[in-house]
Design a protein around this ligand. Sequence first.
Ligand SMILES: [Mg+2]
Length: 228
Amino acid sequence: MPRHTLVFDLDDTLYSERQFAISGFRACERWLETRFGVGGVVDDMTRMLDDGHMRSLFEIALASRVPDQTPELVEAFIDVYRFHAPEIVLYPDAAWALDHFEALGPLGLITDGQAEVQSSKVNALDIAGRFQHIVYTHALGGRAFSKPHPLAFEQMEAALSKQAGRFVYVGDNPAKDFVVPNARGWISVQVLRPQRIHARAQPAVGGQAQHVVEQLTELPGLLAGLAA
Ligand SMILES: [Mg+2]
């Protein structure tokens, strides 16, 4: 029986969400070029992303190139982003960690965001087969089931508990990732990605990770020192 059962977050834990965003901005640019003959939005959109304006950047970028926009056009533009085929890769230390821990026991994945979008990322990274159980939280009944809703974690425990040592959740965002694992007796580990999208996120009450690492290669050493 493995000493620990690892469950991972996806965005900014296993790969760079900024890389997904820029891949999506390129798709938006191709769409603008094809449909309106205008381009050059990738740099603008990336700058707004880095300034923390993820919510408004689509409307602003579209308005800067297409003066007569409608809500439907904005929605279509955002859909291009959401549903493009992402060009993303695992962080090297994440690829290493999946190899390492997959050999020791079953792994889980819990990820927020629209299920179609999140599964397109899983497919692009070619990691679906690495996990015994994946929970797309929005597929549980919508955005209300996003972390820190407990259902995804309860389902993960039920799916993996026969093989389980103590559960570990590895994520990046203290605003939502660690509240439920902390409350349910899991070990919680935050990985600090330098370019993470939610770098400004404030920890939720009870949401501080118990442990912080800079690379997932640190996990075996960290877990070796903890009770199973
Ligand atoms: Mg994340």
